[in-house]
Design a protein around this ligand. Structure first.
Ligand code: AMP
Length: 218
């Protein structure tokens, strides 16, 4: 049966690392709205030009822009058996939009699950300001907790690591506010529908990974 997996949790809760790994493990595409939007900004597409001013303030990009990007991506053939959707939905309006998109693109019955990364939030700002990633393979590092071997380049593909423009303390605080106001209410929405699974996202990458696999397969 087609599996539709979405993920909820505050910025830097570890979703990106875990969902990339999960997508590879399940052989599903990793659809990440943040990365799709950053690519649109970089390529100066009309959607990217509109998105940039919101992203630089830590606000949600207007729903029509994100929904158009997501609809296009979820309609591609590699999503037909399932997908790992990271960063969407982020508001009740987007959740309803996703239901509509799924209705339009599903050719068979699908199993839908929302997985919530439950984490202590005190250390997350520190995680964000120390975060860097590889522009080539997407591997995520942390200059304090998981630094690359030479301190500069990706261990895997040797590209020089870069920092996201919105990974500053000021923008991170705005992203948290946006998360609590607009995205956090989604946990109740999905709980009421009986599709929510909570995982304890505190701990090592390996510990969280084991819990994630259980939540996906139970
Ligand atoms: P992320 O990489 O998931 O932290 O997202 C980075 C930024 O992209 C967010 O702070 C938002 O400005 C924008 N963004 C990502 N996903 C969405 C979405 N589903 N709706 C609106 N804006 C989004």
């Amino acid at each position: 049966m087609k599996k539709e997996l979405i993920f909820l949790g505050p910025p830097a809760c570890g979703k990106g690392t875990q969902t990339s790994k999960l997508a590879e493990y399940m052989n599903f595409p990793h659809v990440d709205t943040g990365s799709l939007l950053r690519a649109a900004v970089k390529n100066k597409t009309p959607e990217g030009i509109e998105a940039e001013s919101y992203m630089s303030k830590g606000k949600l990009v207007p729903v029509e822009v994100v929904a158009a990007i997501i609809k296009r991506r979820l309609s591609e053939s590699d999503c037909s058996n399932g997908y790992v959707l990271d960063g969407f939905p982020r508001s009740l309006e987007q959740a309803q939009m996703l239901e509509q998109i799924n209705k339009e693109t599903d050719t068979e019955k699908a199993e839908f699950r929302a997985i919530y990364f439950d984490i202590d939030t005190e250390l997350l700002i520190e995680r964000i300001v120390n975060r860097k990633s590889c522009p080539k393979c997407g591997e995520i590092y942390n200059m304090k907790f998981k630094a690359p071997k030479d301190g500069v380049h990706c261990d895997k593909c040797k590209a020089e690591l870069t920092q996201r423009k919105d990974d500053t303390e000021e923008i991170a605080r705005a992203r948290f506010e946006t998360y609590y106001n607009e995205t956090a209410p989604l946990t109740k929405y999905y709980e009421d529908k009986g599709v929510l699974r909570n995982i304890d996202a505190n701990g090592t990458i390996e510990e969280v990974w084991e819990r994630l696999l259980k939540a996906v397969n139970d």
